[in-house]
Design a protein around this ligand. Structure first.
Ligand SMILES: [Zn+2]
Length: 123
């Protein structure tokens, strides 16, 4: 799919963002964090493609294991809208479930082998 401007938000609406990316190919990741949150992610895109419209101060950062990837969550509703990737910190992905007009249950999803990127066991 071609890149387009997608509009997204967390559940409570504190965090609103726009991103220019193709929504597919979508993927899921098998690392210990993604396994728990179960989100369907966009393809990776450059940081400059993401604009946080509101709620930057409502985000909280979670890091684990190698401390490279930056996983952002809304402080209020707990929803994960996007993260900076471990594989290439210049790249980000968004949670397609946060994007207006995207039916995540209608998309095919590949699996990212995030588990094998970890240098610490069981990550
Ligand atoms: Zn929220």
């Amino acid at each position: 799919m071609n890149a387009e401007v997608l509009h997204g938000s967390c559940h409570c609406g504190a965090v609103r963002f726009e991103v220019r990316t193709a929504p597919t190919p979508a993927s899921r990741c098998n690392c210990s964090l993604c396994r728990r949150k179960g989100a369907l992610m966009s393809p990776p895109f450059a940081a400059a493609e993401l604009t946080i419209k509101t709620g930057e101060a409502d985000l909280t950062l979670y890091q684990f294991n190698t401390q490279v990837a930056k996983h952002y969550f809304c402080k209020h509703c707990g929803i994960y809208p996007f993260h900076q990737t471990r594989k290439d910190p210049r790249l980000w992905r968004v949670n397609l479930g946060c994007i207006d007009g995207v039916d995540v249950y209608a998309l095919e999803a590949g699996i990212n082998d995030g588990a094998s990127l970890s240098v610490v066991e069981d990550a």
